[in-house]
Ligand binder design. Structure first.
Ligand code: 5AD
Ligand code: SF4
Length: 468
């Protein structure tokens, strides 16, 4: 698989920062505000933080009030139709803001607008959208923003052909204690249902030196949880270095400080014995492995181009659990992939019962334009997909409470994230296994680790009290 890409030079990034300086000097004196709307995965969240950094540099302060905004950025997702429709619908709602404030700039970027056919869609149906930016061009945001303001003309052209790798763009991080660190971009796997390789390009890995430098800096600033991001972190392989993902993790764990490392997402075909050993040996790595199975049927896995079968997956899970007994394993599951028979679906239900995942993220198959699966025969009717989804959730609902009860009586280390939304407004946090925990406590604990003794459990939440 070709892995050619262009490295954006430090001088090019400086040039972009100069565009920010020019915007700040000429156009954003006084109070100007940016409103960010992000859809989709953590990678998109991480991209949004970079765009916000640029926007801040250009003189825009972040606001959570749309009405106050002078610049609105909609960072879109294309993984399922539902995500696209949501992004289009919210962009539609911004029309009246533009009518009230003609200088308002509305930008759309990310995976949805990185599809050629969407360009025309937006060009004609959303004439008040000021500019589009594909995922590979995010680093050019200041230049495109500057040209939009300066010329007053829409910038809709998309440059799709080159994949880029860049350093030197900070992030306006939305949390003071949890940080996303993107270690690679793109994907080479071409699972037949997935749009990602088409909208995020080929895999390219950042150098381990740059990643270590970023993590070190975050830890020094007091960040407690670092989540390493990539479409398939297990195939991390920086150019000109002999550094596997497992080795990268080892190097990160050697950084001094009280923090935990998470990572996502992993492809089961690439999860190595070395990686399992490194997780087992390093207490800084959170006891959570997100390992998307997608389907329990070998027939469907083949049609999905996943390049493993259920036997391989089950063996992998056994190996992981043997080496790291306290680990939580979670999965993504797709129901209603083209050609999925009742028997195929039963294999998926059987896989849920066999593995007993700590949690699953389940999706109804959504045909994506240009992907091989969208053109496959035997697309499954929506009502059948919906029924299967219901059944899947019912099976998983039986599994989770039984397993969650195992936590009762244990004392677990929890990173306190904030206040629960419901009821008594208890403190809310996550265990290393990514379980949601509610308990009484003081606001000063937010952003800190504390030990919680677990007393009772619901389906999705466990409850406890602080212990020494
Ligand atoms: N339809 C439904 N779910 C999908 N995913 C990716 N593409 C599709 C699609 N076309 C799911 C996969 C992936 C997760 C991020 O989204 O389960 O792991
Ligand atoms: Fe999509 Fe498969 Fe790549 Fe994940 S590994 S991003 S599902 S193509």
């Amino acid at each position: 698989m070709p892995t050619s890409f262009s490295r954006v030079s430090a001088a090019d990034i400086d040039r972009q920062k100069n565009f920010c300086a020019k915007i700040k000097e000429k156009y954003t004196f006084g109070e100007k505000y940016v409103y960010m709307q992000t859809f989709g995965c953590q990678q998109n969240e991480a991209d949004s933080e970079k765009l916000l950094y640029f926007a801040n540099l250009a003189g825009y302060k972040q606001t959570f009030d749309q009405k106050l905004a002078d610049l609105i950025i909609v960072n879109t997702c294309a993984v399922r139709e539902h995500a696209e429709l949501k992004a289009l619908s919210i962009t539609g709602q911004f029309k009246h803001l533009k009518e009230q404030k003609p200088d308002l700039i509305i930008a759309m970027c990310g995976c949805m607008v990185s599809q050629e056919f969407r360009k025309d869609d937006i060009k004609f149906k959303y004439p008040y959208v000021s500019f589009l930016l594909t995922t590979n061009m995010l680093w050019k945001f200041p230049e495109v923003l500057y040209n939009t303001i300066k010329t007053g003309k829409r910038q809709i052209c998309l440059e799709m052909d080159t994949d880029y790798l860049y350093e030197g763009i900070d992030s306006a991080r939305q949390s003071d204690f949890k940080a996303w660190v993107s270690i690679m971009n793109g994907c080479n796997n071409f699972c037949t249902y997935c749009i990602v390789p088409y909208v995020r390009g080929r895999e390219r890995s950042r150098s381990s030196k740059d990643i270590l430098c970023e993590v070190e800096c975050l830890v020094k600033r007091g960040y407690k949880e670092i989540t390493l991001l990539g479409q398939n972190v297990n195939s991390y392989s920086p150019e000109g270095e002999d550094c596997s993902f497992a080795k990268l993790l080892e190097k990160i764990c050697a950084i001094d400080g009280d923090f935990i490392v998470r990572f996502m997402t992993s492809h089961p075909k690439d999860a190595s014995d070395e990686l399992i050993r490194v997780i087992a040996e390093n207490k800084k790595i959170a006891r959570h492995f997100h390992l998307p199975l997608q389907s329990g049927s070998d027939e469907i896995l083949k049609k999905m181009n996943r390049r493993y079968d259920r036997k391989h997956y089950f063996e992998l899970v056994s190996k992981i659990r043997q080496a790291v007994p306290d680990i939580a394993i979670t999965s993504d599951i797709i129901v209603g992939f083209p050609g999925e028979s009742d028997e195929d679906f039963e294999y998926t239900l059987d896989a849920l019962k066999t593995v007993r995942f700590d949690n699953i993220f389940s999706f109804v198959y959504s045909p994506r334009r240009s992907t091989p699966a969208a053109a496959m025969e035997c697309q499954i009717p929506e009502d059948v997909k919906a029924k299967r989804m219901e059944k899947l959730l019912a099976v998983q609902r039986e599994i989770i409470p039984a397993d969650t009860k195992n936590h009762i009586g244990k004392t677990l280390r929890v990173l306190v994230e904030g206040r629960s939304e419901v009821g008594e407004k208890l403190l809310s946090g996550r265990t290393e296994t990514n379980k949601l925990v509610y308990f009484e406590g003081d606001d000063s604990l937010i952003g800190e680790f504390c030990n919680v003794k677990i007393e009772r459990s619901d389906v999705f939440v466990i409850y406890g009290s602080i212990s020494k």
